[in-house]
Design a protein around this ligand. Structure first.
Ligand code: FAD
Ligand code: NA
Length: 388
């Protein structure tokens, strides 16, 4: 084989951004491989034939950023709708607005508190454990927002996310529980937000629409029988950007980094609109899933091309990931952080390879953060390798 100037392992947002930059900034020839049968990594979506909904295959993806460089970059490849993210929660037979705000508080306490009154009440309730250093997530939650709101909206939801009683979870999982003392229930605080006008996949395809970029799907970097494998590329000294799991790269030789995953259960209803919103959280223990996504409702502007007799909903079940599961959220205990630092040491043994993205660096990144880190990694690490 004649190798290209750069091989990118993973067609997620990190890999696509780096590939696009390598062509634009260095005129490089780039080959992308991905073990999955589609582009876009975890941000991939597809259109559901029956309902016309755009289904986000690996969980709901909302684009939001306050980073001007990233906002300008993504707008080169897609327009965004004026979608504004809002989330609701079902608790004890009622639907409340989230994040916890004055609307949530006044509905919950059957009151008409002013912002100052609500603030004073929450401070008083949060004082229940005053002077004690919270030893677990339960006590931490109570000390942040008081027992009534904590037990209604956080406790059981968190137990479902972690499949662990919050009194057994470390306090460090939550640093703050934001409460808004006004009626603002806009979920994100960022300058810009929206959804890609004609879907995520159309956006991603435009990023690599250049004859100097080739892509092969269904190809595993660790499969020695295909030419773009780890051993062959390292032997030839070809520059590689690797966005798969860092522990897998080194054959788990120092141990496994821990992740949570989510299982999705699809449900279809014979109605136009089941929840009246795209995301419904379920705060109580009697519903086994954490939340449900009604995808049609992310794109009300597509009303005319959607089916109004049927809707599709995905219920989310959260659990610890085993090897072979999709790794979604890094657990990031102190042991995980130490282990990751040791893998970073090992990366020095492969100077032709840059590790990037959420799997390659064991970090939770939103899409805008992964694009930002990819632009920086290109400038600082990858461009110098291509210029040689
Ligand atoms: P990935 O998208 O994971 O891409 C890595 C790619 O590498 C994958 O396609 C994988 O198949 C491939 N790969 C791995 N190993 C190999 C191998 N051996 N050979 C070949 N290919 C390989 N972000 C937001 O901004 N808003 C949201 O609302 C949002 N919601 C999210 C919800 C969930 C449930 C999750 C898990 C993430 C969410 N994110 C969200 C984050 C977003 O998904 C990530 O920021 C983004 O997908 C990361 O891109 P990446 O390229 O780093 O990784
Ligand atoms: Na999300």
């Amino acid at each position: 084989v004649t190798y290209p100037d750069l091989v990118v392992v993973g067609a997620g947002l990190f890999g696509l951004t780096v590939a696009q930059q390598a062509v634009e900034k260095a005129g490089a020839r780039v080959h992308i491989i991905d073990v999955r049968d589609h582009i876009g990594g975890n941000a991939y979506s597809y259109f559901d034939e029956e309902t016309g909904a755009e289904i986000h295959k690996y969980g709901a993806h909302l684009f939001h950023t306050s980073n001007q460089r990233v906002w300008e970059y993504v707008n080169r490849f897609t327009e965004f709708t004026d979608y504004v993210h809002r989330v609701y929660a079902t608790h004890d037979g009622e639907v409340y607005p989230l994040p916890t705000n004055l609307g949530t508080i006044n509905q919950f306490f059957r009151a008409h508190y002013t912002p100052a009154e609500a603030k004073a009440l929450i401070e008083e309730q949060a004082g229940e454990l005053a002077g004690k250093d919270p030893q677990n997530l339960n006590d931490k939650g109570i000390s942040l927002i008081g027992r009534p709101l904590y037990e209604a909206f956080i406790k059981n939801y968190t137990a479902k996310q972690w499949q662990t009683d919050p009194s057994e979870l470390p306090a460090s999982i939550i640093n703050r529980l934001p409460v808004r003392f006004n009626y603002d229930n806009r979920y994100f605080k960022d300058t810009w937000e929206g959804l890609p006008k004609d879907g995520y996949t159309a956006w991603f395809e435009r990023m690599i629409d250049d004859p100097r970029i080739t892509m092969e799907l269904g190809v595993d970097f660790f499969d020695a029988s295909q030419p773009y494998n780890k051993a062959a590329l390292n032997a030839a000294g070809v520059p590689v950007v690797y966005t798969g799991p860092v522990d897998r790269y080194f054959d788990y030789e120092l141990g496994d980094l821990k992740w949570r995953t989510v299982d999705f259960k699809e449900v279809r209803y014979d109605e136009d609109d089941h929840f009246g919103c795209p995301v419904m959280n379920f705060s109580d223990a009697d519903v086994p899933y954490t939340r449900a996504i009604e995808f049609k409702n992310f794109n009300p502007e597509r009303h005319d091309s959607q089916n109004h007799e049927r809707t599709v909903v995905w219920e989310e079940y959260s659990r610890f990931a085993e090897r072979g599961d999709e790794p979604y959220y890094p657990i990031n205990t102190e042991a995980d952080k130490d282990l990751y630092a040791k893998y970073v040491e090992l990366e020095r043994t492969v100077p032709n390879t840059v590790f990037g993205g959420r799997l390659g660096t064991y970090k939770y990144y939103d899409m805008h953060q992964v694009i930002d880190t990819a632009l920086t990694a290109y400038e600082e690490q990858i461009h110098p390798m291509l210029a040689k």
